[in-house]
Design a protein around this ligand. Sequence first.
Ligand code: GDP
Length: 454
Amino acid sequence: MAKTIAAVATGNSASGIGVIRISGDDAVEIAQKVFKAIDGTPLSALKGYTAKFGNVYADGESFDNAVALVFRNPKSYTGEDVVELSVHGGIFIVEKTLEAVFAAGAVPAQAGEFTKRAFLNGKMDLAQAEGVAALISAQGQEAAKASFNLLQGSLSNKISQVLDKMIECSASMAAWVDYPDEEIPELEEDALKKVLTESKSALYDLIKNYENGIVMTQGVDTAIVGRPNAGKSTLMNMLSGVEKSIVTHIEGTTRDIVENSVRLGNMVLHLSDTAGIRESEDVVESIGIKKALEKIDSASLILAVFDSSVPLNSDDEMLIESCKNKPCVAVVNKTDLESKIDLAVIESNFDKIVYISAKNNDGTAELEKAVKEILGVQGFDSSQPILANKRQKLCVSNAYDHISQALDGAEIGITYDAINVMIDSAVDELLSLTGKKATQEVVNNIFSRFCVGK
Ligand code: GDP
């Protein structure tokens, strides 16, 4: 019998309410030793989905008011009996309640153990469990929407549809091969090819959308580069809505890389505000400039900032050169001032150009549009199922390869036996995605990345 586990389900900071979650066969009995309802009703007398107001106790002494919410197996998050104790959310009170719960017989929950139990009890599959983790760490609108869809089973349903067809196909081929004397109708070659083609195409859609999904849900590693005083720090502050980069009119103020995650419309950019790029004798500044050039090479997106109020100089030319053939948006800044920049040079060197005034907070919508176009995510639809991580992508890619081989085999007329081996391999990959055939190691690895209390 699995031990009854407990952990704090809410964050580790002072807040209005803190929730201690207890799950397992002894959840109600344990909670009852810590919590007494004001009206005297024992928790063991409560049906599922029932709450009671009362006090929590340690060593026979009450130390806070609390609400106990009882869930009865299997109608709970984990599928086990669950009690949630909501106390006042001071760190001390929450910890004291948790300690009292441990003293009453619960053991500390491991990271992700509540969700792991939900998975093991069939409340959700592995892809949905990964949706829970993704939803908790979502930083923006698209990430939250896509993770919620994953949690709701959008990917699992799509994979199930493919699986059902493949398993049916495999079963009729196997029956026909294994029982040649029975009157089992042979699977028509055309019907086989149709199933394989449809399955291949469904998986292809998922693979094709993977990179875009990652960009939209996990954010883009973005470098803001430009000569000193172009307005990089001001742009970063405009996007983040706070003064994080130091803005001064003294050239070379941003010496190192300042990092910050900001929202641009419905996407998230992980920004690095780098040192201005220019020739410098200053040792410290030179290190910053070297880092900026390295960042240009490694970033998935570059925002190359130009000061439109002054003519281009050798630093700008250096920047234009370093941005060649990179995913880059030219950001022509300070459009509130009289223009002295040679725009023809910018226009001939960049595919995407936006005109902004970072100081006046002007141009964000244009910047969002340009960034989406350069990254190719303008048509991204978060309501469609997407693959949330490398593990899911690998399972689907492997399944796709097996199905492609099976289809090629069917085209040249190899035996059904051989085709069936390939189909079975594809089925195995898809079953490991949803967790029906995942190894213990894979399952443990997934849940170890969750936070404690989830
Ligand atoms: P950085 O060295 O590229 O990070 O440049 P900063 O962001 O520190 O800006 C340098 C100077 O330009 C500061 O005095 C800013 O206030 C000013 N600045 C930045 N953006 C604009 C803008 O859009 N319009 C105007 N008029 N001034 C700006």
